[in-house]
Design a protein around this ligand. Structure first.
Ligand SMILES: [Zn+2]
Length: 190
């Protein structure tokens, strides 16, 4: 069993606690509260909620920051959160999943000039370019119909890139009004 410092509420490498020099270390017990995270108090609120959702009991201690803005009534402190040793691993995993996971952010959609797009109603179009309106400077996508009369169309870029109106078209087969396709007409794998 790892060693536990009761002063620091931490698992430590023996025989002396490196933080408080405590020599009276003992083997940790499942219910010993151990430091799981030291986070900004705003994050602590989120983390406590995560623990709560996962039935992890938790105690906390506030640690003031450099003390500079305390007089302004602004909490710049950090919060240390402690969970029982037998829940420590789960608590740390939750922390990592929440705070260290790379944000799943979608790349901003851009218009691919020269690319073929499928309108959600099925028609294929090739984007010829992006043009600016001379008076409003608004950007428009210029695109050519690849069927029937092969006519040339323009539409505000923002609208071109927008999702399908689900209320109006609940059965639409694609998420966006126009989606890029490869030359075989299948989904662009990105
Ligand atoms: Zn200690």
């Amino acid at each position: 069993m790892p060693l536990y410092c009761e002063n620091c509420m931490k698992i430590v490498e023996g025989p002396i606690c490196p933080a408080c020099r405590n020599r009276k270390l003992r083997e940790v017990e499942p219910g010993d509260f151990c430091l799981a995270a030291e986070v900004h108090y705003m994050q602590a609120e989120m983390l406590k909620e995560l623990y709560r959702d996962n039935d992890i009991p938790c105690t906390e201690r506030s640690v003031l920051g450099a003390g500079i803005t305390v007089s302004l009534g602004v909490n710049v402190g950090y919060t240390r959160l402690y969970v029982p040793f037998d829940r420590l691993e789960l608590a740390k995993a939750l922390y990592n999943a929440y705070f260290n996971a790379p944000e799943e952010q979608e790349a901003p959609r851009e218009v691919l000039i020269g690319h073929v797009y499928r309108h959600f109603k099925g028609g294929l179009y090739r984007v010829e370019g992006v043009a600016k309106h001379s008076e409003t400077l608004e950007e428009y996508v210029v695109y050519r119909k690849l069927y029937d009369d092969k006519s040339l169309w323009i539409r505000p870029k923002e609208m071109f890139l927008s999702p399908v109106d689900r209320e109006k078209y609940p059965d639409a087969m694609q998420e966006y009004r126009f989606e890029p396709v490869d030359e075989n007409g299948t989904e662009d794998p990105e």
